[in-house]
Write a protein that binds this ligand. Structure first.
Ligand code: HXC
Length: 519
């Protein structure tokens, strides 16, 4: 056999070894837990036959082993590569739990860093499929250094390319911090969990009994901690969810989000319904998602963090085929008040949209910040300021429509004109004032009410007068604080034209290293 032949034989032998190294027993154990293997996940995530693996044959250096045995597996427990998602270039890594529990050693980390660097260089989204026991214990400090290198790249890529983390099993210890820096965290119910320290350590240190799921399952992180943005019932739908989200995002911060041609069928046909959606009684709730769905292209709303801080609704939608980011107060929950969690949720979404050229639509119905000892002691001042900061710092087109309440600080926060709102509209049902009628009357007419024989009736009459004279959209309209009071049924058309007028908006904030958002 000539030299060329010998080399080719070796090439084929290596390939065979790589193919045969799959541990069917371990793969079956994955399946038994309701989990897919790393390759099965990649096959669902990427367009058919488009994924190209690189670094398939790298193996841990034997000298890296400080303690215990490191499995000499080709690929070292992580698949990295690139492919197409809905026809667009995307980079990814997928940890393989069947190799040392997907634990992260030197070589494993180096592969992830390599693909992160490529994604940033190429200006394409980076997706991490995480299924890992965290830092590989055998490799000691080198594993920790590997994590630090991954975090560093996550931060350098933040605001440059979209980064998505999909938790598909354990994410323990340092493994949680890469996802938390990325833009969106996906989880699967029952099979994924994230925690800094697991139930065993919790038991040892605090003597508390808790299950994996109750400590860091998808339910906890989507409802209570806000760490997870999207949750699905199984892995296949989780991965299909990632594909759907990417359809709203540009590949990098120099591009605009992808546009779509929309058909007749996608235009909302019952916009008149918008005229009756806000109840006459100012204290009666309604679902702001009904408003959203009657304004944007049909079936285009993709809600983010649906189960967390439900007093604010955020998500992506399309308006005449063009992507917008929607931030809407939800009167159905806590009367739509702004509290700590909703401020954090809103601010982070606004920052994402601004970084990736997604114009913002703000639908406002908010009586104010949530009062109370709990909120004050936990820092509503600091957290509420994030919303203000995020809006004021954004340079993307920003349009507010005031649906109903716009009182006090909440008026200022929700992208008011003086905060840099490009167009500020109000429906005839809008109530814009320093505070609600009852509160205002109680302060302004305290003495008169105290002296009155029938204070209840007097208060009612004064409140009605206040509503008529002050808490309506016409005062703000006549003073230029809003641009126009509009017919609710014309909202969609008004917005389409307004965003067209803002398409060439270009502005730079003053040069600085970076601002100092109140974290
Ligand atoms: C090396 C590991 C490992 C790790 C799991 N394995 N985690 N090997 N380093 N960190 C190995 C196991 O030894 C086992 O090998 C195989 O992976 C499967 O693990 P099992 O325990 O059998 O699986 P399961 O019962 O499903 O439990 C999964 C698990 C558990 C919950 C993740 O393995 C676990 O608690 N691991 C440790 C998690 C953790 O505390 N990580 C934090 C590390 S510190 P065999 O050969 O038996 O198949 C950290 C700090 C980084 O990450 C800081 C950066 C800032």
């Amino acid at each position: 056999m000539d030299v060329k032949g010998r080399n080719f034989t070796r090439f084929l032998e290596r390939r065979k070894l790589y193919e045969n190294q799959h541990d069917t027993g371990a793969e079956n154990r994955q399946h038994a837990k309701g989990k897919l293997t790393a390759w099965e996940r990649i096959d669902i995530l990427f367009d058919e036959d488009t994924f190209e693996e690189i670094d398939a044959y790298v193996t841990p250096d034997k000298s890296d082993t400080g303690f215990g045995k490191v499995q000499q597996a080709y690929g070292d427990g992580v698949i990295i590569g690139h492919g197409l998602i809905r026809g667009r270039l995307t980079f990814a890594y997928a940890q393989d739990f069947t190799v040392m529990g997907g634990s992260l050693g030197t070589v494993h980390a180096a592969k992830i860093m390599k693909i992160q660097d490529m994604a940033q260089k190429m200006g394409a989204p980076m997706i991490g499929l995480i299924d890992s026991g965290g830092a590989r214990i055998q490799e000691g400090v080198a594993s920790l250094a590997g994590y630090a290198g991954i975090f560093y790249r996550n931060v350098q890529s933040s605001g440059v390319i979209p980064q998505i983390s999909v938790i598909m099993g354990p994410a323990a210890g340092g493994a949680v911090y890469s996802p938390s820096i990325t833009d969106f965290v996906f989880m699967t119910n029952q099979t994924s969990y994230m925690f800094v320290t697991g139930p065993n350590v919790v038991k040892e240190v605090l003597n508390e009994d808790v299950t994996f799921n109750d400590l860091g399952g998808a339910g906890i992180h989507s409802k209570k901690s806000g760490v997870a943005h999207m949750v699905y019932e199984d892995e296949e739908n989780t991965l299909l969810g990632v594909r759907q989200l990417l359809s709203y995002l540009p590949s990098n911060n120099m591009e605009n989000p992808p546009e779509m041609e929309i058909s007749e069928d996608e235009t909302p046909d019952i916009e008149e319904k918008l005229r009756d959606i806000v109840p006459d009684d100012p204290n009666k709730p309604y679902d702001v998602k009904d408003v959203i769905n009657l304004i944007i292209d049909k079936r285009s709303f993709l809600e983010i963090s649906e189960n967390y801080a439900q007093n604010i609704v955020v998500g992506f939608g399309r308006l005449d085929g063009k992507v917008i980011g929607i931030v809407a107060n939800q009167p159905k929950t806590l009367a739509g008040t702004l509290d700590i969690d909703s401020s954090n949720k809103g601010a982070r979404f606004i920052r994402f949209c601004d970084a990736f050229n997604v114009p913002l639509l703000i639908l406002e119905d908010v009586p104010g910040f949530l009062p109370g000892i709990d909120q004050e002691h936990n820092g509503i001042i600091r957290h509420g300021a994030k919303m203000l900061y995020a809006f004021a710092d954004s340079t993307v087109p920003r349009i507010t429509v005031i649906l109903r309440k716009s009182y006090g600080g909440a008026y200022c926060v929700m992208n008011s004109k003086n905060l840099g709102g490009d167009f500020n509209f109000a429906w005839p049902t809008a109530e814009i004032a320093v505070m609600g009628p009852e509160g205002a009357v109680a302060i302004l007419y305290r003495k008169e009410l105290a002296a009155s024989e029938d204070p209840a009736t007097m208060k009612k009459e004064l409140a009605a007068r206040y509503r008529n004279e002050i808490a309506n959209p016409y005062v703000a309209d006549e003073r230029g604080f809003i641009d126009e009071v509009i017919d609710p049924a014309e909202t969609r058309m008004k917005l389409i034209r307004s965003y067209e007028a803002l398409e060439t908006k270009f502005m730079n904030n003053p040069a600085r290293k970076h601002g100092n958002i109140p974290l």
